[in-house]
Design a protein around this ligand. Structure first.
Ligand code: S3P
Length: 446
């Protein structure tokens, strides 16, 4: 769906008497991107199942197809075959479009930097404002020739790739996208690449590279990547914990709720939201059932029921483990007893929107007592109750996680909430609004 039609859409949402049902969320967005990108540059064919159908992952798929990679649906929902080309892709005949997706442009840049051809990659109006110097700096040190708009800081980016050397690099921020771009470039370099991370960010690239025969050594927060050829692997993508978080918070904060989210990936670098909600005393109202291992990633079914949450303080190493969940956590914090303080989260300012500013402005429209700080926000929770939030008109700021957070706020608020830009949700969660209706209407009792 085009970003214009997404942002013109709006949906009304009201609080139902109960929220009740069983949901399967889309495949994890981060793992979906990587399953296509890594298999594309591997030798052999792979079957990817449970791929996210969100627009971001489709952007990655279309960019790879434009570089000669055959990726085809098998006929079963979410299932694709990827025919790996090995390290050599085909020069694209047109500009590559990463749409709204930071993961697409940054991870693909790691590969474009190494390809012996000219390529240009751009994105939508939001992506063209997001910082790219964080990848141009290390890739440039590796010998890549890259130019970007605005003194090499913004997309579109132009590559004349090839002939990379390994580097030792202190990552200035705990970003999995930047780390992954360097690791991918490191596969093509003439010598080893060492990355020092300031804190652990999601480690899906490391896990998948190892599963494909890539030589990646982990030593605490230090990573070493050796130039290697990859072997294609079949991947079953687990459900996205970032998408599940919307229903987890809806269930905990609605007074009469019972929601089961099936098959959610619980990689420890992603489960900060569960830890924080437990710290907010969710207790037995948030249960991980049927814990298992699927395709190298821990997975469980998550059962949530209504709870009384309490305010908390979040910062430091916890932030990279739940950065994408801060907007929906802010909704939960409105229904908690006492203040919630979020610190060390300045990276939120350079996401699909400035998520500190947009979360605060949109929840303020619904009457929340919330204030922005330089690197986070403070939410003065009112506790559970019918008048905690008051329905109002609000907007997504072309940010999928804002659209979905405000949908959940609307499920919990008194009166009607209108979410403008409602279909921006489809960047990561195409079925969000259908699933919301299932939970409102469901008569199934678990
Ligand atoms: C992602 C990394 C995170 C996250 C984004 C997905 C990834 O971004 O916010 O939604 O798949 O690597 P940063 O690496 O910029 O923190």
């Amino acid at each position: 769906m085009s970003s214009t039609s997404r942002s013109r859409s709006s949906r009304d949402v009201t609080r139902p008497n109960s929220l009740d049902g069983i949901i399967s969320v889309p495949g994890d967005k981060s793992i979906s991107h990587r399953s296509l990108i890594l298999n594309a540059i591997a030798y052999g064919d792979a079957l990817v199942q449970g791929l996210s159908g969100g627009d971001d992952v489709l952007s990655t798929m279309h960019c790879l197809q434009a570089m000669g990679v055959t990726i085809e649906p098998t006929g079963q929902a979410g299932s694709y075959s990827v025919i790996g080309r090995g390290p050599q892709l085909v020069e694209p005949s047109d500009i590559l479009n990463a749409g709204n997706s930071g993961t697409s442009i940054r991870l693909l840049s790691g590969i474009l930097a190494a390809q012996p051809f000219v390529s240009v990659i751009t994105g939508d109006s939001s992506l063209r404002t997001r910082p790219m110097q964080r990848i141009l700096d290390p890739l440039g040190q590796m010998g890549a020739q890259i130019m970007g708009r605005h003194e090499n800081t913004l997309a579109p980016l132009v590559f004349r790739g090839g002939n990379l050397r390994g580097i030792e690099y202190d990552l200035p921020m705990a970003s999995a996208q930047v780390k992954s771009a360097i690791m991918l470039a490191g596969l093509f370099a003439s010598s080893e690449t060492v990355i020092h991370q300031p804190a652990l960010s999601r480690d899906h690239t490391e896990r998948m590279l190892s599963a494909m025969g890539g030589k990646v050594k982990k030593d605490g927060l230090n990573l070493t990547v050796l130039p290697t050829e990859l072997k294609a692997v079949n991947i079953t993508v687990p459900g996205d914990i970032s998408s599940a978080s919307f229903w987890i918070v809806a269930g905990l904060c609605h007074p009469n709720a019972q929601i089961m989210v099936r098959g959610v990936g619980l990689n420890p670098s992603r489960t900060g939201i569960i830890d924080v909600l437990q710290d907010m005393r969710a207790g037995d109202a948030l249960q991980l059932l049927n814990q298992r291992n699927e395709g190298g990633e821990p997975v469980a079914d998550i059962l949530v029921t209504s709870a009384e949450l309490h305010g908390t303080e979040i910062g430091g190493d916890m932030i990279p483990r739940m950065l994408d969940e801060v907007p929906i956590l802010a909704v939960a914090a409105c229904f908690a007893i006492g203040d919630t303080v979020i610190r060390d989260a300045a990276e939120l300012r350079v996401k699909e929107s400035d998520r500190i500013a947009t979360t605060v402005s949109e929840l303020t429209r619904l009457g929340a007592d919330i204030e922005a700080t330089a690197d986070g926000m403070i939410i003065h929770g009112r506790g559970p109750g019918e008048a905690t939030l008051e329905g109002a008109e609000c907007e997504s700021h072309t940010d999928h996680r804002l659209a979905m957070s405000m949908a959940v706020a609307g499920l919990l608020a008194n009166g009607k909430t209108t979410v403008h830009g409602a279909l921006d949700a489809s960047v990561s969660y195409t079925e969000l609004w259908q699933d919301l209706d299932i939970l409102k209407l469901s008569l199934i009792h678990i």
